[in-house]
Design a protein. Structure first.
Length: 82
């Protein structure tokens, strides 16, 4: 059984760190997969110091990836000029 009333347990594997799946019903909120915000290549360059939380450089990389994915060409918040 999951923690906190049904949340799935975390596992040591990188794939197991995903706690919330894509929305199950149509939603006006865009969804970005956290593994795209901080993936294997990011982990290789900016490992998690305690294997859970990113350090300041890791947070910076997540923000850069978010900006590119959310506001870049094809992103949910891209300007119409893109």
């Amino acid at each position: 059984m999951g923690l906190g009333g049904g949340l799935p347990r975390r596992t040591p594997s990188r794939q197991g760190n995903v706690l919330s799946p894509a929305p199950r019903r149509p939603c006006a909120c865009p969804y970005l997969d956290g593994r795209e915000l901080y993936g294997e290549k990011d982990y290789a360059e900016f490992p998690l110091p305690d294997e859970i939380h990113p350090d300041p450089a890791g947070h910076r990389r997540i923000a850069e990836n978010f900006g590119r994915l959310a506001f870049g060409a094809g992103g949910p918040f891209a300007s119409e000029a893109d």
